[in-house]
Design a protein. Structure first.
Length: 412
């Protein structure tokens, strides 16, 4: 049996703070109200009791002297409360609040001769009205105090939660790759202002973002510098390899030089993608035709299925780069048949190999990481993902039930 699902807002800091403030205010108001009520009631009832007992003593003296009883006194009155009547019949004196002629009354009763009961009734209406008025005043003042406290507390908590939401939004932007995002809490820039916990979190987040940005920029510059420095000697090496006499050693040298050139160009492309300053050159392209050209240029045995062709506005060069890398990865790390399916603005590249490794499905492509004895540098899918982001497209990786890997590119 599942528990009752609470709405999302019930878990927010603002709601919890408001609930805590409300409960504490209600508890405090109830405690103070009870104390005041008990104190005033004891004093009011005590004064009425003393007056009733004083009149009972006077009435007893008059009754024993055989004189006429004062107003409000009588023997065995019908309205006398039964518990007080029994107490007096047993020979004791006592008081009790009851009603007489429909009005609140303080009764005092004592024994009389012959087993009878002598009682005095004192009007208690004013005391009852005083206590009732006090109770109403306590309720209204408590409600006003709780309302005012809630307003002030909500204002204070909202200011804190607004700053927390801003900090969380900046953290999400940083995690999405926007390393220029900063909280810039005013309290962190003015040492004379009190520094609360939210300001401390904001300052720590800004410091972390600056440190991370510096390290990434250093890494990007290093990668770009290395790739640029390798370009010149590789160009000369490639030219020198072309001058070698034909033969198996020459083929091996040319193959390795070509691999180094490809790796260098990939590193340069990744460094450009890391800067997030790539510009797209939009044009209108038929997606099925683009997929056909990519497969033809790859020189691989790849089937193209066009379920529903569509014109899309995209950067053709970047789109071909994405699809080319996906097809090349499917042949290099998967098994045939490799099928490229075009369905509207969605292109799917599927192979029938062992599927993507777990780390890739969970965290996405990682540079220079491959599974098992796979060849390559792990840059193809990284570049495909980066170019898809530049295009504003979504690239998703999945393993297909029954075997095989599937990469789905959705153009927006």
């Amino acid at each position: 049996m599942t528990g009752l699902a609470l709405p999302r807002w019930a878990g927010t800091l603002a709601f919890k703070s408001a609930a805590f403030i409300t409960v504490m205010c209600c508890a405090l108001a109830a405690l103070l109200g009870v104390l005041v009520h008990v104190s005033v009631t004891d004093r009011t009832v005590g004064q009425a009791r003393e007056l009733a007992l004083a009149r009972l003593r006077t009435a007893t003296t008059q009754y024993e002297a055989g004189g006429s009883l004062l107003h409000g006194a009588g023997v065995d009155p019908a309205s006398l409360p039964v518990p007080l009547r029994r107490l007096a019949a047993d020979g004791d004196r006592g008081t009790m609040v009851g009603r007489h002629w429909g009005r609140p009354t303080m009764w005092a009763a004592g024994p009389a001769d012959g087993g009878r009961v002598l009682a005095v009734a004192v009007d208690y209406s004013q005391g009852a009205d005083t206590i009732a008025g006090l109770d109403r005043a306590i309720v209204w003042s408590s409600a006003l105090a709780i309302g005012a406290t809630l307003l002030v507390g909500a204002f204070a908590v909202t200011r804190v939660t607004r700053r927390l939401h801003g900090t969380a939004q900046v953290a999400r932007r940083i995690s999405a790759g926007d390393l220029d995002a900063r909280v810039d809490d005013p309290r962190t820039k003015d040492a004379s202002r009190p520094q609360d916990e939210v300001a401390a979190v904001a300052a720590a987040l800004d410091t972390m973002a600056s440190s991370l940005q510096g390290k990434l920029l250093t890494e990007q510059r290093f990668t770009a510098d290395v790739a640029h420095e390798l370009r010149t000697p590789l160009t000369g090496l490639h030219a020198a390899a072309e001058l070698l006499p034909p033969g198996r050693p020459t083929e091996l040298v040319r193959d390795r030089v070509a691999a180094l050139r490809t790796l260098t160009e990939d590193l340069l492309e990744i460094s450009r993608l890391d800067t997030r300053r790539e510009k797209v050159e939009l044009g209108t392209e038929r997606l099925g035709a683009v997929a056909g050209r990519v497969v033809l240029a790859s020189g691989t045995d790849t089937e193209v299925r066009v379920v529903r062709d569509e014109w899309v506005e995209t950067d053709r060069r970047r789109l071909e780069r994405v699809l080319g890398n996906l097809v090349a990865n499917a042949h290099r790390h998967g098994r045939g048949p490799v099928v490229v399916t075009v369905d509207g603005a969605v292109v799917t590249v599927r192979d029938h190999g062992d599927g993507y490794p777990g780390y890739l499905l969970e965290h996405g492509p990682q540079r220079f990481r491959t599974e098992g004895g796979a060849t390559g540098h792990g840059l193809g899918l990284t570049i495909a993902l980066g170019q898809a982001e530049v295009l504003g497209a979504r690239l998703e990786f999945a393993n297909v039930e029954g075997g095989g890997a599937s990469a789905t590119l959705t153009l927006r």
